[in-house]
Design a protein around this ligand. Structure first.
Ligand SMILES: NC(=O)c1ccc[n+]([C@@H]2O[C@H](COP(=O)([O-])OP(=O)(O)OC[C@H]3O[C@@H](n4cnc5c(N)ncnc54)[C@H](OP(=O)(O)O)[C@@H]3O)[C@@H](O)[C@H]2O)c1
Length: 254
């Protein structure tokens, strides 16, 4: 039987206090990983999730950092190393939020902010965590993108351009570090059902799902399952991939 077994691996999930991140962190722990639960502002939620993961029998610590600042990510890595050991799996999931409007109306600062949150996060996390993966000849860099990066819909200029920007970093990094058996992949969710959506009762979005081949929205667990797969040895020969998890709503060309 094939299993996703992450026993003995240390994972860091950025934005683990967010809607999708907390399910990713918990799922990696269910698969056996010890997990650093990263947050920016929501310390209470991070501590609760870390306690939840420890109740599963794994080690876990809540760690704070601003992923747009290299020094902050370096300080976080020191805490992770001290509390859990070297990370073998990083999931770059955090994203800053801003209002969506047209390119002509969008403040230039929103583009800068999204660039920092998406592209620089990927750079900072790689600089800080990848060297130890190279030394061990095993590692997983998983970057959360979005179907929006392929759709480029109106009013998503800052978001789509930042996510497309991180695609460049991911592809280059995959080529630079692959020989150390460190894989670098993107998971691209569609418009996903999370706890906030469930609480609102807003799961049904016919205007969106009519174009989705699977005719429904995906769930936070379905995104987290893709992340767990890419983190595992089952995905040992997959690198440089952009994996849409959106029911077929976008299909990368071949
Ligand atoms: N939700 C969807 O339907 C959907 C669809 C497609 C793609 N995605 C992608 O999936 C990922 C997660 O999305 P989400 O909807 O779960 O996000 P979310 O609920 O808005 O959570 C964002 C997370 O990022 C953290 N964060 C924000 N700015 C940060 C910074 N400068 N430094 C460090 N952490 C920062 C927040 O921390 P605090 O809360 O602690 O402040 C929070 O944990 C994102 O990459 C997003 O682009 C989501």
């Amino acid at each position: 039987m094939l299993n996703i077994d992450l026993t003995g691996k240390v994972a860091v999930v950025t934005g683990a206090t967010g809607e999708l991140g907390h399910t990713m962190a918990r799922t990696l722990a269910v698969c056996g990983a010890d997990v650093a639960v990263h947050y920016l502002r929501n310390a209470e939620k991070a501590e609760a999730l870390a306690a939840d993961i420890r109740a599963l029998g794994r080690r876990s610590v809540a760690v704070q950092a601003d992923v747009t600042e290299l020094a902050s990510v370096q300080a976080m890595a020191e805490v992770v190393r001290g509390e859990l050991g070297q990370a073998a799996i990083i999931v770059n999931n955090a994203v800053s939020q801003y209002g969506w409007t047209s390119v002509l109306e969008q403040a230039p600062e929103d583009f800068t902010d999204q660039f920092r949150s998406c592209v620089l996060q990927t750079v900072h996390m790689a600089k800080v965590f990848v060297p130890a993966m190279q030394a061990k000849n095993w590692g997983r860099v998983i970057v959360i993108s979005t179907e929006c990066a392929m759709q480029c819909h109106p009013h998503q200029g800052a978001y789509a351009s930042a996510k497309r920007g991180l695609d460049g970093v991911v592809r280059v990094l995959a080529k630079e570090i692959g020989m150390h058996q460190v894989t670098v992949n993107q998971v691209a969710p569609g418009w996903t059902i999370s706890d906030r959506v469930r609480a609102e009762g807003s799961e049904e979005q016919a205007g969106y799902t009519h174009s989705v081949p699977l005719a429904r929205r995906g769930t936070d667990q379905e995104i987290a399952s893709a992340v767990a797969f890419l983190a595992s040895d089952l995905a040992s020969f997959i690198s440089g991939a952009y994996l849409p998890v959106c029911g077929g709503n976008v299909m990368p060309g071949i």
